[in-house]
Every structure is written in C-alpha cells, then in structure tokens.
Design a protein around this ligand. Structure first.
Ligand SMILES: C[S@@+](CC[C@H](N)C(=O)[O-])C[C@H]1O[C@@H](n2cnc3c(N)ncnc32)[C@H](O)[C@@H]1O
Length: 271
C-alpha cells in the first residue's frame, strides 16, 4: 500500500475504471491491433494535407504513438507533441522517435492558441464527457491555416448487422463502454458539423470500416469483448453460453462482419 501511495498518479489509471486501463497487460495488444487496423487509412488521409517538413503537430490521445511516429518522419524539421492522459505505453526514451511525449488531459489542460499546423485525434473525442466544448477549445490551438483532423468511432455498422448474436453482443459492448467510460459511440455520426461550428473552413469527411474477422480489427474486438466480459454478463444479462458462442465465432477463422466505423473529418482554420 505504501508503494502504491508513493507512485505518481496517472489519471489514465482511472480511465474506464480499469477497463481499457494502460496498466492491463493485454491493453498494449489491444491498442497495437487497433493501430494496425486503422493506421493505413489515417496515414492516407494525412498524406492528402499540404504537409511541410517544418510543421508543428499535435497528436491527442496518442495511445502507443504510431501516428506521432509517422508524423515525426514527415516533419523532421518541425515539432511533434504526442499527448495522452497516460503516456506509459509510449516508447521510451520519449524522444527516440523524434517526438515529445506529454501527459496531458485534453479536457482540462491547455496549449497556447495558434500553436499547431496540424492537430489529429483518433478514437479519443467520443470518450470525452465534454467532447463538443473540448473540440471548440482544441480548434483554437490551430495556427492560422492549420488543419484539425478528427477520426472517431461510430456504431452504425453494428446496428444494421445481419447477424443477430453479433449485433446484440457488439451493441451491448457499446453500452458497456458508455457506462464505464462515458463513451458515446454515436457522437462521430455528427461529424463533420462540429468542425464547421468551430469556425473551420474547407471541411470534408470520409467514412471507413474494417471487418471483425481474421486480421487486426477482429483481434481488437475480441480483446475488447474479453475486457468487458464481466459487464456484459452482469449488467446486460448476456448469458455465458451466448458470450462464449460470440467469442468462439469472432476468434474462429470464418466469421466476417463490419466492426465500428471510423468517421474522419477535417477542416482548416482561416488564414
Ligand atoms: C481508443 S484509444 C486510441 C489510441 C490512439 N489514438 C489510436 O487510435 O491508436 C483512446 C486513447 O485516448 C486516451 N485518452 C482518453 N481520455 C483522454 C483525455 N482526457 N486526454 C488525453 N487522452 C485521453 C486514452 O488514454 C487512450 O490512449
């Protein structure tokens, strides 16, 4: 107890009341699988921006830091700041990849207005209780002409799944993360309107979805379901036989169906 009391407090320990906590040994695997699934579309979207090698970039809620690493390669004369409420999953030493790691809670902590040419956040804002107000604050951190790119998760492909068991358990997982973390798995469907409301111009959007099946998104969904298993059985009364059948199906080699979508939206601060 004495050691635990002396340990520095990372707000991330409380992220999800230990569901999706960075302290869990399987959380690195889960975020690695998410990155493998989503990175190709993220990098393709960022490639389309008129990026310069001296840009100052902010990656919010960086997780394992794969996008920060990619940005550091693209902007070797710039500055890359990667934040998270819990930076312990970042590679160490922090500067190895040419980016700065910062423990920073986007709902409370600030940056000076006009600091960045690019701000990116992926699968972060839907977890935040004050997401719309935070987005307005974050947009103020853009330099004139700077780009905000938000990519976030959306549950609509699960709602229309033709597979009743997959639909039932997957939507129960969305409710479970809402109860645990406050995540709104429908918020991203509002995009790109919040970027226009923040005064951004040249606003655009794109939707992509990966499959639960063989491959990284299947592994991400399986690891997420395993972390939520107790909630699913107790709070949502998913019988263990159904949960076992769901897990066996998504672990097996033949199941395939759409997972959460990613709604991407971007916009630019006027010069
Ligand atoms: C689903 S993970 C996504 C990680 C990474 N962006 C990716 O796409 O691979 C959500 C991340 O947001 C971070 N996060 C949650 N609340 C946050 C907050 N208030 N401020 C900063 N980061 C936060 C979590 O610690 C976690 O690393």
């Amino acid at each position: 107890m004495a050691d635990a009391a002396k340990r520095p407090v990372h707000s991330g320990e409380h992220y999800g009341q230990r569901v999706f906590s960075h302290l869990r040994p399987d959380e690195t695997d889960r975020l690695e699988a998410l990155g493998q699934a989503l990175d190709p579309n993220t990098f393709r979207r960022l490639e389309r921006l008129p990026m310069r090698d001296d840009w100052h970039c902010l990656e919010i809620g960086a997780g394992l830091g794969t996008t920060a690493h990619w940005l550091a390669d693209r902007c070797p004369r710039g500055r890359i700041v990667a934040t998270d409420i819990d930076t312990r999953l970042f590679p160490h030493p922090d500067t190895r990849n040419g980016w700065e790691a910062l423990e920073h809670d986007v709902t409370h902590d600030e940056f000076p207005n006009g600091s960045f040419h690019l701000i990116h956040a992926r699968w972060v804002f839907s977890h935040l209780p004050s997401r719309d107000a935070d987005l307005l604050r974050v947009a103020r951190w853009l330099a004139p002409g700077g780009w905000l790119v938000i990519e976030d998760l959306a549950q609509f492909p699960l709602e229309s799944s033709p597979n009743p068991l997959y639909r039932k358990v997957s939507l129960a997982m969305c409710v479970a993360v809402e109860k645990r973390i406050g995540t709104d798995c429908t918020w991203a469907r509002n995009l790109p309107a919040p970027l226009r409301a923040a005064g951004l111009i040249d606003v655009g959007t794109e939707v992509s979805a990966d499959c639960v099946g063989p491959g990284p998104m299947g592994r991400f969904w399986q690891l997420s379901a395993e972390q939520l298993a107790a909630d699913l059985q107790h709070s949502f009364e998913i019988p263990s036989t159904e949960l076992d059948r769901f897990l066996a199906e998504i672990r097996g080699g033949t199941f395939i169906d759409l997972c959460l979508a990613t709604v991407a939206a971007w916009g630019r601060r006027p010069e």
